[in-house]
Structures are given as C-alpha cells and as structure tokens.
Write a protein that binds this ligand. Structure first.
Ligand code: 1HE
Length: 267
C-alpha cells in the first residue's frame, strides 16, 4: 500500500492541525498566541482526532506549535463555571485523555517551553515524552484556586511519585527539562528544535512493531503494574500466549530464525 503523506482528512478546530507522514499521524496544538492553552473546543478536537485514526496509522506524535507545548487549561473556560459544570468539565478531559492513553496506537509527545497544568496532564497521557531543553514543568493550580482536573492526580504520581507531585502542586514551582528528565517526566531530553524529529523517529520505530504487541504494552502493561503480583503474572502469561500464538508472531520469529529479521538496534 502506498504510504500517505500530507494533511489528515479529519475535521478539526483551528486550534489543532493534523498531518500524516507514512504510518505516523502528527497532531499539532495550533494556538501559539495563547501558548496552546486548551479550551473546550480543543479538548473535543483532540477526541475527534483520536477517534478518526485509520488502521494505516500505527503511531501518533503530538506537539505544540510555537515555543510552548501547552499552558494548560484555558482559564477563561472555568471562570464562570459552577460546581456541577466544573465536575462535568473535568470528566470530559478524563474521557478524552483516556482515549490517548488507552487508544489504538502509542503516542509520543514533544515537550517544549511551557508544559503547565493541563498541558502536563496531556503530556502524561502520552506513552513516550521527548523533552527539548526549553521545556519547563509546573502545576500552578493552587495559585489559581483550582485543582488538577485532567487526570493528573492519577497519572503523574505513577510517573514521578506522590512526593514530587505534592511539591509541584503546593509550591507551584517550576522544574527544568533536566530535572524533569531526572525524575522521569520525560524519557528523552534533546536539544531545542530536535524534539519533533526525535519523536517522529521513535514513532516510526514503534510503528514497525507488531500491532498486537504495541496494544498489549499500552493496555495490558499498565494494568499489570497496578495488579497484585500473582494476578500480574497470570495476566502476563495470558497476554504472552495470545501474542505468541498469533500468525504475525510466528512469521516474525521465522524471519529472525531464517536471518531475515531485524537485529536489536543499538542506541
Ligand atoms: C492563556 C493561558 C491560559 C496563556 N489560559 N489564556 N495555566 C496557567 O496557570 C498558566 C498561565 N499562563 C502563564 O503563566 C503564561 O502564559 C506562560 C508562563 C505559560 C507563558 O508566558 P508568556 O509570557 O510566554 O505568555 P503570556 O503573555 O503570559 O500569554 C500569551 C497569551 O496567552 C496571553 O493572552 P493575550 O490575549 O494577553 O495575548 C495570555 O493571557 C494567554 N494565556 N496561558 C488562557 N492557561 C483540566 S484542569 C487543568 C488545570 C490547569 O491547567 S491550571 C493551569 C492553567
């Protein structure tokens, strides 16, 4: 099948732009004049994008246009909200970000400039984070009189531990890209301007895996990590058996044994 390149045919709001490069779809937050602050339209547009992924897309890259990934929630969205609306608003973010974490294909996020509040929550829903040196992280919700609402209290402690989240939330302080890399906010740290290329390279590599293996990593690994060990081992055994029983695994193992398969990549 010919590999497609160009604009993705999905109807997105002006705050988002999507393109396809071969088997990788690239979603850009396209509201740089507001530091890619995420308003309701944008959240729903992210949902539309992930729902529209066709079977030829094997991985996604998400990045921010301009100098920043995202300044988080568009604060004008919540200014007039009552308690019920606040709760509903948060639940929409949960639904959409769940579609990223537990969607069809792995997602690589490129972190630049402000990765703040809901921007950090969005980044945490991705599977791999590539930070440029310009990236900085903060959770300023406390200073705004609000609280995390995009799944950050669930996802961030699993990435960096409760103590670091507590520190960020109570002090509102900023972590540098280097500090973020050290505590596990990003798996990669690259020079400014190199993030999108690195993330695309990783996404292209991910796209060569068997889809069932990627699916298992996204959907089964996090559940096993949350399980008691006995349940985890049994779930792992079941998943391993399902994966290795597949035609794709048989063909890939045969390729390796007959010297056609790829060797493990160094670096
Ligand atoms: C915004 C937002 C926003 C920028 N909502 N409009 N997030 C925050 O509390 C972060 C708020 N933003 C900032 O602290 C700064 O904008 C930044 C440090 C991120 C960047 O500073 P800078 O100097 O590059 O930009 P700027 O001049 O502050 O912002 C440019 C414009 O974007 C300006 O609008 P303009 O009409 O005056 O040009 C800003 O008002 C606008 N802007 N950030 C609305 N966030 C699901 S719950 C999640 C809860 C949260 O995410 S709380 C954290 C919210």
């Amino acid at each position: 099948m010919p590999k497609k390149n160009g604009r993705l045919s999905v109807d997105l709001p002006p705050s988002l732009a999507a393109e396809q490069r071969g088997e990788v779809a690239i979603l850009r937050l396209a509201r740089p004049e507001k530091r890619n602050a995420i308003n309701d339209t944008t959240v729903l547009g992210i949902e539309t994008f992930f729902a529209a992924l066709t079977d030829d897309i094997k991985a996604v890259v998400i990045h921010g246009g301009g100098d920043n990934f995202s300044a988080g929630l568009d604060l004008s969205d919540l200014a007039e909200a009552n308690v019920v609306e606040g709760m509903q608003h948060s639940r929409v973010w949960h639904r959409v970000f769940d579609q990223i974490q537990f969607g069809k294909v792995p997602v690589v996020a490129v972190l630049t400039g402000a990765v703040v509040g809901g921007g950090l929550e969005l980044a945490a829903a991705a599977h791999i984070r590539v930070a440029e040196r310009s990236a900085y992280y903060a959770l300023p919700e406390g200073s705004r009189g609000i609280f995390l609402g995009g799944g950050g209290t669930v996802r961030l402690p699993r990435l960096i531990g409760v103590a670091h989240v507590m520190d960020l939330m109570l002090t509102g302080r900023t972590l540098s890209a280097e500090e973020g890399r050290t505590i596990g906010l990003s798996q990669y740290l690259v020079d400014d301007g190199k993030g999108l290329a690195k993330a695309t390279e990783l996404a292209e590599r991910i796209a060569t895996n068997a889809p069932l293996s990627n699916f298992a990593v996204m959907h089964v690994l996090p559940r096993i990590a949350e399980s008691d060990p006995a349940t985890g081992y049994m779930t792992e055994a079941l998943m391993a058996a399902i994966a290795q029983g597949s035609e794709e695994a048989k063909a890939r193992l045969k390729d390796f044994l007959e010297k056609r398969g790829k060797k493990v990549l160094r670096g």
